[in-house]
Structures are given as structure tokens and as C-alpha cells.
Design a protein around this ligand. Structure first.
Ligand code: WT7
Length: 656
């Protein structure tokens, strides 16, 4: 791989922004396929030029690599061990150390020039409200929220459910929990009653922080009534703090529900709040995500390792700096929002932009307008959004000056080369690198991703991050040849890895560490090409990625079965032009119920009401029978093949 230093020595650096130039690997080896090399400017600006060297040394000494990263941050006291793998797969990082992620995301910046630098810029959906917070102001807001949470009786280690729209207070709430050592459990504001209630119940939260409502494409989502409905099933909740956002009529239950703005005026909200000294391995948050079976799993992350992982990955892969205006479009309700809207950018001391609305309301230039308005320098979004915006044509982005941008990023699902090229050409002015980051809720931080100087191939996240080794294996765990599809596994532990499934150690072991002993099972299928680049194909389990959002077939099925007309149901994901995948469902009605167009629509609505609009099935198809194994498991693979008119594969286990 070319580095600026090396290329200077050779006669002439053969680097252009176009894909033509071939000589960019170290030995001048030709890379296969279509390759986009970094421009001269990118190479000149990059702080880390010799990535190969660092990759090699991290490969030989991953503990040494991570220890050096950890040493760039502040600890109340340092670790005895960088990595404790004596009880694997229950790995521990920086054991014996005392730390708090908030100390590194806020407190330490207050001692430097960053104190008066912006931590967060926010714009409302309608573009009429703007709020900015310096690191100093962020500390004030988080402290106030922390005092309020404490006054609700929340102690270290207790869970707090956060269910809000994209407003600054969601960031304050997350950081406030972390500051006092409470465990936050953010539930995406697009989820509805069943999903919210299930997550509150499972986490046994005593406190819920919410908003009266949120704006979505000019309409109001009634967050507070969804909370009210959910709490009928959740006896653990003692208090609800409500942030006023949309000014709608809401029900406030005496003694349980409190307006945030009223609490802010109480003496209890005033004054200092010490940042709790946590053990490195103390829980920071849980985040529910869909797995192959059953209910969503609470993925547990910790203060020390997660902090180091999000810090280092953002620093290297996006080369983020103090003067960057970073925009990650993800909602804080997903891991991407946790790691790269809230924690990663703040630990790095950068400025994060958060936008309340979506990309195309009221018009499809809304995002491009924000890039211009705030001088965004790094823009990180999802393939589904790119495909959706691409559909409106080039004229919308072309109305705006996007020249502040220096890097682009993508995450959440494989990006198809057509969308990649549009993003590169139209948003990236034919020259900006696209950092395609592969990772998961479980990994906490990027695991396969390029650096700005890495030659890119559209659709590939390139190579594993420093210290990580990925492998493609077959059913028996044997590595397969290059260019062959197989299971993607990770071979090395990393600091921001999930520690367990909260309350279910056994499931943690079976889900992630049993299929390929000694290696982490990702649940994805992938290929590696002969240049060592990884190409993700998709999930191999029953997880559906709808517009990059992770949903489980089991959740959709149980929502359907909760309808009185439904006896049995199966859900699968099928390819969709914009969403990547869409949900298709097959329903077996109860005796006496009659299939109709109206009933199909009612069922689609039923799922949307119970789970949230993102889970609304594209189609409900009525069937007389579902293909099952003899042991009674629905064969979704067969349904998928049938629906697409593809061969059904091995159906020897199919019941008669
Ligand atoms: C799954 C994890 C953590 C990021 C947000 C999604 C898919 C994620 C990519 C990518 C191809 C990707 C995988 C993975 N995925 N990033 N760059 N290229 N596929 O987190 O909701 O936990 O989903 O998203 O299938 O397993 P998540």
C-alpha cells in the first residue's frame, strides 16, 4: 500500500483520484477488481500514513497496541492487566483500572482549549430551532440531568430506560447515567408498545426518561402515550421523567411522572455531581438487538474497553480531529448512535452534529442543506439512505455547496456498487474516500474498515482493524479458499467487545462462541478476495435488516400471532431496492377466519402498532401450511426460495 513517505522516494507517486492507476500496493502488485486510490490531498492530510507498519505491529502484539491507545486517555488509576482471558469467552479488558467514560468524553476536555469548543450542534426537524453546546455547557447539562436521575433514587448499577426522539436531552440522559454509574438502556424512538415494554421489563428499569412526543416528517409520534401503555406491563418503573418537546396534551400520572423542566428548577438539580469512579469492567449500557431466535438480547458494554474501542476506531478510520464537524446520521437508539454520535466523537474532542429529522422532509435536500449550513467535514450514513436519496437525482445535492466535506462513511448493510459510486461522485465530488465500516451492536466499534489512505473497492469494508483478524470458514469451521463464501468469524478479542448478554451468560456462549470454538461468530456470511479484502454478503441467521435496522423474524412473528385471527406466522426478509431488505410474512389463519385484502392490511397495521412502523410487513400472504422440519421448526429458507422462485435446496428434513 502506498504511503506518502514511500512514494516520495520512488520516482513519482502514482496516485490519482481516478480508478485507472494501478500501482498503489507496496510491492506494486496489481489489485483485482475496480480500485479507487486515495488522492494526493488525502495522502498529504492523513495523520497516519504508514498503516501497514502499525497493522503489522498490532498483529504481533495486540495488547501492546490497545495499551498504547488506552494510555492516550485518562484513568483514575491504571490497569493491572490489559487483557484477562483466563475465563474466555468472558474476556476482560484493563482489569483493575478505575475510569469513567464521561471523564474522557467531557471532564478531561474542560482542562484544555476544548472547554469552549462545541461538543454538540443540533437542528430541529423544521430547521427553525438551533441549539449549540460547548464542552463546558455539555458538562453543565449532563450534571443537571445526573443530579435529577440521582434524586429519583437511581444508584450505580441500576438500569434506566431512555425512550426519546433525536433531541439534545437524549445525549444528556445517556451521559448522565454513565456519569453516576447507572446503566442506560436506550430504546429507539421508532419502536412501539411491545418492543418498549419488553425491553423495560427485561432490564427491570426503575426510571424511564422520555419526551411528550417527537416529530417525524411533520407529524407527532406520541412517545408519552406509548410509555403509558407499556408501563401497564412494567411494575418495576417508579418514575418517569418527561422532556417537553412537541407541546402536545399528555397524561401525567401524579407521583410517577415529572416534567423535566420543572425538575430543573428544583434545588436538587443544582450543584456539582462527581463523576463516579467505575471499575473498567463495570457495565456502561445495555442495548437490545435482535438475534436468531426469541426475544431481543440485551448486549452489555463496559466503561473501559468500550471507551478505548470507540476512541481508537474513530481516530484512525476517520482520522477525526478537534476542528472536524462530524455528522453521524444514525439515531442514538442504535449502536451506531451510541458509539459514533455520542461517545466516540466526544472522547475524541470533536464536534458532533445531530439533526432531529430525516433526509427527505420537507424536501430531499434536507441533509445536503445541513452539510452546507454547518460546514460538515465528515458525513457518516447508511446505504439505505444513500439509495433513497439517489432516487431523487443529482439536482438536489447540486443545489448545495458540499465542499466542506473531506470524508464520507457508510454502515449497516452491504452497499451496492451503484449507490457507492453515486455517493462518491455526487456527494464526494469524485474524490472523497468512502469509509465502509463493518461492525455490530455486539462489537461496539468498527472491526472491518479502511483508513482514509486505504485503496477502496466499492462494496468492500477492506480489511480488519488493527489487532483484529477475520476469517471465512465453512460449516465445520475450516477456513475456505479466497473468493469462496462462508461464515465470517473474528479471531481475536478486542476491547469494545460485548461482555455478555445481560442476565443470560449461557446464551452469550451459545450464540457467539459455540459454533466455531475459540472464534467469535458474527452471524454474517462473507467472502475474502485475493487482496485480503472482505465482502459482506448478509446475515445467515433469522435477522432481517430493514433500512439498516436490525429486526428479528421471531419478533415480527409473535406480533402477528398476537392478533386474534392468526394461528401461525412466518417472517422472512427479501431483497428490496431502497430498504435493502423488506419483511414478507406468511400467515395461517385460525379456523373460521377468512383471508381478505382488508385483513392483510389490518395485520400489517397490527405489526406496525405493536412493534413500530419500521417493522410493518411489505406483504402478508395467507397460506394453508408452513414448511416445517419434522421437529416443528419453520423452514424460512424454503419460504425465501419459494418467494423468489429459486431452488429450494436440501429439503430432506421437511415434514410431509
Ligand atoms: C449487522 C449488524 C454496527 C453498525 C450498525 C448495525 C450488517 C453492518 C455493515 C457493512 C455490510 C454491514 C451486518 C452485521 N452490517 N455494517 N459496512 N457492510 N454489512 O449494527 O444492527 O448490530 O447489525 O449489520 O450484517 O452483522 P447491527
Amino acid at each position: 500500500m502506498a504511503t506518502l513517505k514511500k512514494s516520495k522516494k520512488s520516482a513519482k507517486p502514482k496516485i490519482t483520484i481516478k480508478k485507472k492507476v494501478v500501482k498503489a500496493t507496496k510491492k506494486g502488485k496489481k489489485m483485482s477488481g475496480e480500485v479507487f486510490y486515495p488522492s494526493k490531498q488525502v495522502l498529504e492530510e492523513a495523520r497516519l500514513k504508514d498503516w501497514d507498519k502499525l497493522a503489522k505491529s498490532a498483529g504481533k502484539d495486540l495488547k501492546g497496541f490497545w495499551e498504547a491507545e488506552a494510555n492516550e486517555l485518562e484513568w483514575f488509576s491504571k490497569w493491572k492487566k490489559v487483557l484477562d482471558d483466563s475465563k474466555k469467552p468472558f474476556f476482560k479488558w484493563f482489569t483493575g483500572a478505575k475510569v469513567n467514560i464521561v471523564h474522557n468524553a467531557i471532564d478531561r476536555h474542560l482542562k484544555t482549549h476544548r472547554k469552549n469548543q462545541l461538543a454538540l450542534i443540533w437542528e430541529s426537524e423544521d430547521g427553525k430551532e438551533h441549539r449549540n453546546f460547548s464542552y463546558y455547557a455539555m458538562n453543565r447539562e449532563v450534571t443537571r440531568m445526573a443530579n435529577i436521575i440521582k434524586s429519583m433514587g437511581i444508584k450505580k448499577g441500576e438500569r434506566v430506560t431512555i425512550y426519546m426522539g433525536r433531541v439534545p436531552e437524549i445525549v444528556f440522559a445517556m451521559l448522565a447515567c454513565a456519569k453516576i454509574g447507572a446503566i442506560h438502556s436506550v430504546v429507539f424512538g421508532g419502536f412501539s408498545v411491545d418492543s418498549l415494554a419488553g425491553r423495560i421489563e427485561d432490564s427491570k428499569s426503575k426510571l424511564v426518561i422520555t419526551c411528550d412526543g417527537s416529530f417525524q416528517n411533520g407529524k407527532i409520534v406520541q412517545l408519552k402515550s406509548i410509555v403509558d401503555e407499556s408501563l401497564k406491563r412494567c411494575p418495576s418503573v417508579e418514575n418517569v421523567v418527561v422532556v417537553k418537546r412537541v407541546n402536545n396534551e399528555v397524561n401525567m400520572e401524579e407521583g410517577r411522572d415529572h416534567w423535566y423542566h420543572n425538575l430543573c428548577e428544583q434545588p436538587i438539580a443544582e450543584g456539582k455531581c462527581e463523576t463516579e469512579q467505575m471499575d473498567s469492567e463495570d457495565p456502561l449500557f445495555i442495548l437490545y438487538t435482535s438475534g436468531s431466535t426469541g426475544k431481543p438480547k440485551a448486549i452489555l458494554h463496559t466503561h473501559g474497553g468500550y471507551m478505548v474501542g470507540t476512541y481508537a476506531t474513530l481516530k484512525y478510520c476517520f482520522d477525526i480531529r478537534d476542528d472536524d464537524r462530524w455528522w453521524c446520521t444514525a439515531d442514538p437508539g442504535w449502536i451506531t448512535g451510541h458509539s459514533y454520535l455520542v461517545y466516540g466523537p466526544m472522547i475524541n474532542g470533536a464536534t458532533s452534529f445531530m439533526f432531529e429529522g430525516g433526509p427527505a422532509f420537507p424536501e430531499p435536500n434536507r441533509w445536503w442543506q445541513c452539510i452546507e449550513r454547518y460546514g460538515i467535514t465528515i458525513f457518516y450514513t447508511a446505504p439505505t439512505a444513500i439509495r433513497g436519496l439517489m432516487r431523487f437525482g443529482d439536482s438536489w445535492p447540486q443545489k448545495h455547496d458540499l465542499s466542506s466535506l473531506r470524508l464520507l462513511g457508510t454502515v449497516g448493510e452491504p452497499i451496492n456498487p451503484e449507490a457507492w459510486k453515486w455517493y462518491h461522485r455526487v456527494i464526494g465530488d469524485n474524490k472523497l474516500p468512502i469509509i465502509d465500516t463493518w461492525w455490530q451492536t455486539e462489537t461496539g466499534a468498527f472491526q472491518i474498515a479502511p483508513l482514509p489512505v486505504t485503496p477502496l473497492k466499492p462494496g468492500s469494508g477492506t480489511k480488519p482493524f488493527f489487532g483484529q483478524e477475520a476469517e471465512i470458514v465453512d460449516e465445520n469451521g475450516k477456513p475456505v479458499a479466497d473468493e469462496t463464501e462462508g461464515y465470517l468469524v473474528l479471531k481475536n478479542p478486542w476491547p469494545s467487545m460485548l461482555r455478555t448478554i445481560y442476565g443470560d451468560d449461557e446464551r452469550y456462549v451459545t450464540q457467539y462462541w459455540s459454533k466455531h470454538p475459540g472464534k467469535y461468530t458474527t452471524g454474517d456470511s462473507a467472502k475474502r478476495d485475493k487482496d485480503g479484502y472482505f465482502w459482506i454478503i448478509g446475515r445467515v441467521d433469522d435477522v432481517i435488516k430493514v433500512s439498516g435496522h436490525r429486526l428479528g423474524t421471531a419478533e415480527v412473528e409473535s406480533a402477528l400471532v398476537s392478533h386474534p385471527a392468526v394461528a401461525e406466522a412466518a417472517a422472512i426478509g427479501l431483497p428490496h431496492d431502497i430498504k435493502g431488505q423488506a419483511i414478507y410474512t406468511f400467515v395461517l389463519l385460525r379456523a373460521g377466519k377468512v383471508a381478505s385484502e382488508e385483513l392483510a392490511e389490518e395485520l400489517r397495521q397490527h405489526v406496525a402498532t405493536h412493534m413500530g412502523p419500521i417493522a410493518r410487513p411489505e406483504e402478508v400472504r395467507f397460506v394453508d401450511k408452513l414448511p416445517k422440519t419434522r421437529s416443528g421448526k419453520i423452514m424460512r429458507r424454503v419460504l425465501k426460495a419459494r418467494a423468489q422462485g429459486l431452488p429450494e435446496g436440501d429439503i430432506s428434513t421437511l415434514e410431509e
